[in-house]
Design a protein around this ligand. Structure first.
Ligand code: PMV
Length: 362
């Protein structure tokens, strides 16, 4: 599909008011997206596990404006309180999606949002936040104009991408690929799609225990981060590698090859950080506790053969990934050895999820 196919036909009917609500999950990339072109087009394809517990709940009430005006009109409540500092991000999002949702200036919106995880936990709230909001606005459009479910999902992902790239992987579950890749003909730079190939049952209910090493604001925001890949000496090789890793992941997922999986996922995480260390300016986003966790995890894996591995976001927190069958052993190890490296001992027990859910529509 092309961008213009997401522009709707002229509307004929405008409801006076209503309210919609969605819950959308966060996601964790296995092959990472790092580097983008104009209009939130990824420099390389990526694939992620959709999460379950870490999610944003958003409801949007809409009331038709009495007098048409040329601007956007909205109030924003975060955890029940007005949140002025989130508004510029929403304003930019509205500007970007308005060509594809041309009803937006006709309404006043009240956006109420909250996360299932602490906002300052350093775990990506933009992916769940932007996908929940995109879904709410698209649900409103679907009241104005009928839409097929398959198109709805694609457009929701397309809109979410315009808010935050990785948010386009937070609409569906359980594995989502985004970005054009030769090995998957229907893949697109414009939206994420549910991974269509065979996946061994070992990856069902895969666990992700998120160790909150550092709960503050991230040192490098994602826009600045992605821009570091412009003129980066290793950029082209890295983009090529992401394509190769997607090819390699296919038989790994199909055959349930845990050794191959752990190797590929950890290498991707460290490559992401290597890109940040070798850019100009350069950053080290891991903290001493991040490294302690990685070393302890490697030692534990070597001694016990429990198939437990890690991945990282663009920050210090560690996602510990393992199959449900070793949950007890993994949790015991995490509690005994790793929680001490978390800020205030905080961690989140998450697992693969099935995607966003509509909560209500009035
Ligand atoms: O969606 P953004 O622009 O915040 O970028 C997210 C990038 C990583 O989380 C580091 C990797 C990924 O693929 O999710």
């Amino acid at each position: 599909m092309t961008e213009t196919e997401f522009i709707p036909k002229a509307y004929t009917n405008f409801p006076e008011k209503g309210k919609v609500g969605w819950k959308a999950p966060s996601n964790i990339a296995l092959v990472k997206y790092w580097g983008k072109k104009a209009n939130q087009i990824p420099a390389n394809p990526s694939i992620s596990f959709t999460l379950d517990v870490s999610a944003t709940i958003t409801q949007v009430s809409y009331t038709k404006k009495k007098v048409d005006s040329n601007g956007f009109s909205f109030d924003l409540l975060f955890e029940g309180k007005p949140k002025e500092d989130f508004k510029p991000k929403i304003q930019t999002f509205l500007e970007r999606i308005e060509p594809y949702l041309p009803f937006l200036k006709k309404y006043h919106f009240v956006i109420e949002t909250s996360n299932s995880f602490p906002h300052s936990s350093g775990i990506a709230s933009s992916a769940s936040g932007m996908s929940a909001l995109a879904l709410c606005f698209l649900s409103i459009e679907s009241k104005i104009q009928d839409m097929e479910l398959d198109f709805f999902k694609k457009k929701a992902s397309f809109l979410a991408r315009l808010g935050s790239g990785s948010a386009c992987r937070s609409i569906e579950g359980d594995l989502v690929q985004w970005g054009h890749h030769q090995g998957l003909e229907m893949s697109s730079d414009l939206y994420g799609i549910k991974y269509p190939f065979v996946v061994d049952p070992i990856f069902k209910n895969y666990q992700d225990t998120i160790l909150l090493v550092h709960k503050g604001q991230k040192q490098v925001g994602s826009t600045v981060g992605h821009n570091l890949m412009h003129d980066h000496p290793y950029a082209e090789k890295r983009f090529e590698q992401a394509h190769l890793n997607l090819d390699k992941l296919k038989p790994i997922l199909e055959e349930g090859d845990l050794q191959g999986f752990m190797q590929l996922v950890e290498s991707e995480a460290l490559t992401l950080h290597a890109m940040m260390m070798t850019s100009m300016p350069y950053f080290i986003l891991m903290m001493p506790d991040t490294l302690e966790i990685i070393n302890k995890l490697w030692r534990f894996r070597k001694e016990t053969n429990v198939p437990i591995c890690f991945t990282l976001d663009a920050g210090a927190n560690v996602h510990v990934l393992y199959p449900e069958s070793v949950k007890e052993k993994a949790i015991q190890f995490i509690k005994d050895e790793l929680v001490a490296h978390c800020e205030n001992g905080h961690y989140i027990c998450d697992q693969i999820g099935t995607g966003a859910k509509q909560l209500f529509e009035e």
